[in-house]
Design a protein around this ligand. Sequence first.
Ligand code: CP
Length: 327
Amino acid sequence: MMMEIQPEPFLTFPESWHRHHLLDLESLSADELMTILNTAAAFKSETQGFRRKLTALQGKTCANLFFENSTRTRNSFSLAARRLGGDTIEFTSAGSSIAKGETYIDTARNIEAMTADIMVVRHSTPGTPLRLSKHVDCCVINAGDGPHEHPTQGLLDIMTIWEHRGSLEGLTVALVGDIAYSRTARSNIWGLKKLGAHVIVCGPATLVSRYWEDFGVEVVYSLDKILPRCDVLNLLRIQFERQHTRPFPSVREYALLFAMNRERLARAKEDILIMAPGPINRGVEITPDVADGKHSVILDQVTNGVAVRMAVLWLVSGARDRKESSR
Ligand code: CP
């Protein structure tokens, strides 16, 4: 017998939402993106910044399956589930039976047998959450699959811009740095474009493909050239752990050309938002004074991560319950 989702008095389940997995932002419509953002905003307000507990996931279990390291994503999914009254299972591959040769599918199916309703999966291989969704009955949420996508990161970035600017329409948002290896870049590109922002990708040619132009994204190789017209800069970490060869001669040279520092900030718009998905490499993509300065909304992004994850957990599990009860 499926445990029915407990409706919150302040929220009615959106009739238009049918997905019981969240695997990417590429396949979501603008309406679906706005449904998540509106739900996230409602949860953030109703819980008074997550200080009040709700009951929307009471009786449900969210399993966090992390085959790659995480601080922000894992802990905020965990907090989001608990703030909605759910239980969590915390799996990390270190110390698990993966070391004895168990496959990730077997691992997930064993966790599901403990009655998990939702699986949040991070893995270094692109497509892992999609594949998993075909082997388990529970909801699957992509928490980052290699360089492919990180949909909740894209959503929390967009929510932060939306909160500060009221709309995405017509804003110029530059993603700067390691576009080639960044799942955050891909989720941002799909989400931002659908909500009407002009997206620029900027970085060294070895990390920024000209082919992004085919998707309506502006490709630029000089940060200084675009700086005066950007409303938002999202400074992506150089992901040395995914790169097989060094994409630029030295970190110092990269920082000279692409780091956001005090001198560059003086040439930017007065109300520019400085964002970074974290973890940040201080002194590489951003200097400490800018990371901690008045334009930085980096910690707002982290806070909004909890709201977005509450919304996604509630929406996917609600859609699954509705499908089950209509059978
Ligand atoms: N931004 C992000 O995904 O951070 P974590 O790797 O700490 O989860």
